[in-house]
Every structure is written in C-alpha cells, then in structure tokens.
Write a protein that binds this ligand. Structure first.
Ligand SMILES: NC(=O)c1ccc[n+]([C@@H]2O[C@H](COP(=O)([O-])OP(=O)(O)OC[C@H]3O[C@@H](n4cnc5c(N)ncnc54)[C@H](OP(=O)(O)O)[C@@H]3O)[C@@H](O)[C@H]2O)c1
Length: 386
C-alpha cells in the first residue's frame, strides 16, 4: 500500500526538495496535497506537474487565481483561514510534512498530531514554542513525529544505536553560518546580502538569517529537548564548518555515534518519509576521501549570544520560548525589510525576554496571545527606534 503525503509549504526550500524526493521514490509514495502562502504561480505549476488531490492557499483572491491557473486539473482547492489545519487532517494523508516557516505552522502541527498522522516535522518553531503540548498531543493520539531538520534526523538515527538510559549527551553540529570567522565589528555592520550567504546550506531567507545569528542553532537546542525528551544541559553545540557530520550522540560507555552525509536536505526529508526503511534517493553519496579533513571547534558564546540565551530560555520554560521565538521572527522580518541593523536582532530578543509576563497555564490561546504580544513589542521598538 502506498504512503500518502501532504506537504504544508510546498513552495518553500524544504517543500520543493520534498517534491523531488517523492518523485524519485516512485509509486509507493503518493503526493495528496500541497499548500502555499503567496507563491500562487509556483503552486499552480506544482499542481499541473504532480496532480495532487488537493491544493491549499489561504487568501480567497489567490485561491481564485489558482483556480484559473489549474483549470482542467481535478485538484480540489482548499482556502480560508483553516487551510493548513484542513490539509493537515485530510483523511487521505498518512504523512504530513510541515515545511512552512515560523509559528504560523503551530495550529496545523497540533491538528495533525491530534488526527494521529505521522508528522515529518521541518517547521521547528512550533516545537520551540509548544513542544510540551505538541509531544503530549502526539503521544495521546499515537501520532509519530519524525524530525526533518538534518541535525535532529541525525540524532534520531544515532539514538537507534542504544537505549535512552544509556545516552550521555546529544551533540548538535553547526556550520557556524556565514559569520563563523567574522569579528564582532564585521557582524555589527553586516548587510542583508552578507547574512544571506550561507556557506553550506541553500535554505529559505528566515532560517538563513537565523543561521547568521546562530539563533537557528539556539532554536534547535530547544527543539531537541522536546523531540528527544532530555534536559537541555544534555545538549551541546559543536561547530563543524563542513556540515558533513550532521550530529552525534555520546553514550555512557564513551562511544560516540554520528550520522554523516552530504549537506542536502533531501536526505533527512526522505528518511522521514521512508522511516523505518531506507530507500535509494536523490541525495549525492558522500566521498570522505575527497573531503580530506573535517574540522570541529566550540562555539563562541560571547559573539553569538543567542546560543547562551537558549539554555536560560529552555530552563525558564513557560512562555519564555514563545517570546524568544516570536521576537526573533519579528526582528528578522525587520532586518530583511531594512528597518534594523543585523546586531539589533538579538538585542530586540533580549529586550522582549526582559519584559514578558509569566503564566501558570500554557493553553494554545495563551501561547498565541504571548506570540502576538512579543511581535507587537518588537514592532513598536523598531518603529520607535528603541
Ligand atoms: N530550508 C532548509 O534547508 C531547512 C532545514 C531545516 C529546517 N528548516 C525549517 O523548515 C521550515 C521551512 O523552511 P524553508 O527554508 O523551507 O522556508 P521557506 O523557503 O521560506 O518556505 C516557507 C514555506 O512556507 C510557506 N509560508 C510562509 N509563511 C506562511 C504562512 N504564514 N502561512 C502558510 N504558509 C506560509 C511559504 O509559502 P509561499 O512561498 O507561497 O509564500 C513556503 O511554502 C522552517 O521552520 C525552517 O526552520 C528548513
């Protein structure tokens, strides 16, 4: 029987790679749904090429444009504010790949978990802000969560070498981003073009800026805490410029198990679809003899303050991770539209964390309200140049 896949965010970097993976995997993997946010032309192209049963786009005007562009196709259009939730809970879908960017993917991730789907989770922000709720919902509804982030996919694979009680440390690798060797002064004056020049990975703009601030790794530390149910102090970050060792697990006997591969997201995306099996795929095979050497060093917590902050935020818990993530999303948007300098991103995150309120209960409504508060706080700081 074929595995049926719905992709939330098929027009993005992960989404496009996922379509290549599904095409290469052959008829045992069937694409049933795709969604987009603004790229209606590309979505139409994908529908005409892959003929999924459903295509989703929230805005009615875009849905109308999509209908024109795909006239003659049997694909049904899903539209309106619940587009992603409806797509994530389609009866026809076994696997839901969450490849949208930011906290916008949270309701759909929760809905997919409630519906007992297999969640191939690339969209890390929902895990950061609502990891406890998402993992609990998945457990209660027998939904399987398989990580797509390359580091978490690596750890997921390495953990298969031992029992949970035998794990000593999870070691997340990081390329170090475009500013790995830059001075604080160079980073302070970084342009949008500099910050978007990632040395090893070709990704969407938000995650590429997060790699430049190392916020991406900071979010990944919190993501790993929830995915693998370990205290945050058991998670370490190791800079590895070549991005070949995707992450490692150290066991209590001193053995370290690593997963290696070329830096190509098709590999972890495919593993999330085929798990627990492995299939031939589109990712290039690794030739270590051509690489010659691999390098590793500790991160610079002083230059990249996000990396230190994520441990405090994870330990504080409650609403702190929501503020950490939302303030960052808003500040990155401000940097990308030219409203603030690069170094202000982390400053605004720190300011929002200093100001936020705490809460006893962590309902989805409370999380969404706090997310909104942090975005408004950062926007007003940007507008008032605070
Ligand atoms: N790219 C990578 O290699 C990589 C690696 C590991 C993890 N991730 C994670 O995967 C997620 C996606 O990253 P990406 O680099 O693929 O991002 P991206 O290229 O910016 O693509 C984002 C996708 O989400 C859609 N989208 C954006 N805002 C939306 C909203 N408010 N509602 C519904 N859909 C929305 C976009 O639609 P339109 O294009 O139509 O606007 C697009 O399809 C992120 O959470 C990222 O951290 C990415």
């Amino acid at each position: 029987m074929s595995k049926k896949i719905a992709i939330l965010g098929s027009t993005g970097s992960i989404g496009k790679n996922a379509l290549r993976v599904i095409e290469a995997l052959g008829e045992e993997y069937e694409l049933v749904a795709v969604t987009a946010h603004t790229s209606v032309e590309l979505l139409a192209e994908q529908v005409r090429k892959y003929r999924p049963k459903y295509a989703g786009i929230e805005k009615p005007a875009m849905a109308a444009r999509l209908a024109e562009l795909i006239s003659g196709c049997d694909t049904q259009i899903i539209s309106g504010p619940d587009t992603m939730v409806q797509t994530a809970t389609l009866d026809e879908a076994d696997i839901v790949l969450t490849a949208v960017v930011g906290a916008a993917g949270l309701p759909a991730a929760i809905a997919a978990a409630k519906a007992g789907k297999t969640l191939a989770i690339a969209n890390k922000e929902p895990l950061v802000i609502a990891g406890e709720l998402l993992m609990k919902t998945a457990r209660e509804n027998n939904a399987r969560i398989v990580p797509v982030d390359s580091e978490h996919s690596a750890i997921f694979q390495c953990l298969q070498a031992g029992c949970r009680g035998e794990v000593r440390r999870l070691i997340l690798t990081s390329s170090g981003g475009p500013f790995r060797t830059a001075t604080k002064q160079q980073i302070r004056n970084a342009t949008i073009k500099d910050a978007l020049k990632h040395p090893t990975w070709d990704m969407g703009p938000k995650i590429t800026i997060d790699s430049a601030t190392m916020m991406n790794k900071a979010l990944e530390v919190i993501e790993a805490k929830w995915l693998f149910d370990v205290p945050v102090d058991m998670i370490e970050v190791l800079i590895h410029p070549e991005s070949v060792v995707h992450s490692l697990v150290e066991f209590v006997d001193g053995s370290v198990v690593a997963q290696l591969g070329t830096p190509d997201m098709c590999l972890p995306i495919q593993y999330a679809f085929t798990y627990p099996a492995r299939e031939k795929g589109v990712a290039a095979h690794l030739d270590l003899s051509k690489l010659g050497s691999l390098n590793f060093h500790s991160p610079d917590f002083d230059t990249f303050r996000s990396l230190k902050l994520c441990y405090d935020v994870a330990k504080e818990g409650g609403l702190a991770p929501v503020v950490f993530n939302a303030a960052n999303e808003q500040a990155v948007a401000g940097f990308l539209d030219g409203s603030i300098e690069f170094y202000r991103i982390i400053e605004l995150v720190e300011q929002a964390l200093d100001m936020h309120k705490t809460a006893d209960s962590l309902s989805l409504d409370e999380l969404i309200e706090t997310d909104r508060w942090a975005r408004n706080f950062v926007s007003s700081c940007i507008n008032n140049k605070r």
